[in-house]
Design a protein around this ligand. Structure first.
Ligand SMILES: N=C(N)NCCCC(=O)O
Ligand SMILES: [Zn+2]
Ligand SMILES: [Zn+2]
Length: 331
């Protein structure tokens, strides 16, 4: 497969779309090499096809495949961040984890073990889900590698509820469990894009007690992206940061393909602009979850998710490049 690679010393890039049609070849994320095709990796995109933790519409187990398929059109240069992410770092597709659909505890352990192995090998993970339950093992692994982490959580929902049907591990509870388990830096936790009906006012007091601050969806519209970014950066400072993006943070007009949609969400432009505003922070890992292709139309949600994933990969790659003092080659 002819790949984009300008010199032999550079990271192995994606398949060259000027020589192999985008709709041909293997369907890895952004047409990147598989992890087993390169000697070492800096950033890995990892699919977690798991949706046994959902409270409403199932189907996020097919999210990774839909995001990869939509990502065939991504190009290797990011103009807003003036970066070729696949040149400054070796970015790979790590495939899908074989998570147990019938045993949630076993599935969470599989995610934790695999991500812990990646962190130990110096690989920064971008997880594509999968339902939001998987943020918990992703945070366990991030904590093992980096200690308590700051969290930026983009979501219509708080996901700090306690239990559903007596179950502790669901897509509505990962951030409560993470806070209880001591995985988080309680001075630097933010939800962004929160909206919609709750069960009771106490949901908010509980959420505050667990350490979270909230920037609602309406506030993003009212205050604007720049002011919100400045406030978030101030709160995060130089702490190790984990970013978790539930695609339902977007309005259903921008992301219909998800399990628990809520009206009044962010636009994809607002979300992408906020992400670009995070450049330079110490991003150690991230996820994009809750893409459920069965409710999608014309791949609207998968397209949004693959662009969000591309921006996160770019942030991770830039951090790795800065850390290892690799200057970006001139174009
Ligand atoms: N994490 C997501 N997407 N949704 C949580 C909704 C939980 C509920 O049914 O109240
Ligand atoms: Zn949500
Ligand atoms: Zn969520």
């Amino acid at each position: 497969m002819p790949r984009v690679q300008h010199t032999p010393d550079e990271p192995v890039g994606p398949v060259d779309s000027s020589r192999v049609p985008r709709f041909a070849g293997w369907g890895t994320f952004a047409r990147l090499p598989r992890m087993d095709e390169v000697p070492t990796a800096d950033v890995a995109v990892l699919g977690i096809p798991f949706d046994s933790g959902v409270s409403y519409r199932p189907g996020a187990r097919f999210g990774p495949a839909a995001i990869r398929e939509a990502s065939r059109l991504l190009r290797p240069y990011h103009p807003a961040l003036d970066t070729s992410p696949f040149r400054v770092a070796q970015v790979v597709d790590g495939g899908d984890l074989p998570v147990n659909p019938f045993d949630i505890g076993a599935a969470l352990d599989t995610v934790d073990e695999h991500l812990s192995g990646l962190y130990a090998a110096g690989v920064s993970p971008l997880v594509i889900g999968g339902d939001h339950t998987i943020a918990l093992p992703a945070l366990r692994a991030a904590h093992r590698a980096h200690g308590p982490v700051a969290v930026l959580h983009f979501d219509a929902h708080l996901d700090t509820w306690d239990t559903y049907f007596g179950a502790d591990y669901t897509h509505g509870t990962p951030f409560r469990r993470a806070s209880e388990e001591g995985l988080l830096d309680l001075d630097a936790l933010s939800h962004v894009g929160t909206r919609g009906p709750l069960y009771a006012a106490e949901d908010l007091t509980e959420d505050r007690r667990l350490g979270f601050g909230i920037v609602t969806s309406a506030e993003v519209g009212r205050r604007g992206v720049d002011e919100v970014v400045a406030a978030l950066r101030e709160r995060i400072g130089d702490r190790p940061l984990y970013v978790s993006i539930d695609i339902d943070v977007l309005d259903p007009a921008h992301a219909p393909g998800t399990g628990t949609p809520e009206a009044g969400g962010l636009t994809s432009r607002e979300l992408l602009e906020i992400l670009r505003g995070l450049d330079g922070l110490d991003l150690v890992g991230a996820d994009v979850v809750e893409v459920a292709p069965a409710y999608d139309h014309a791949d609207i949600t998968a397209v949004a998710a693959c662009h969000v994933a591309y921006d996160l990969v770019t942030l991770l790659a830039r951090r790795r490049a800065v850390r290892s003092r690799v200057a970006e080659p001139s174009a």
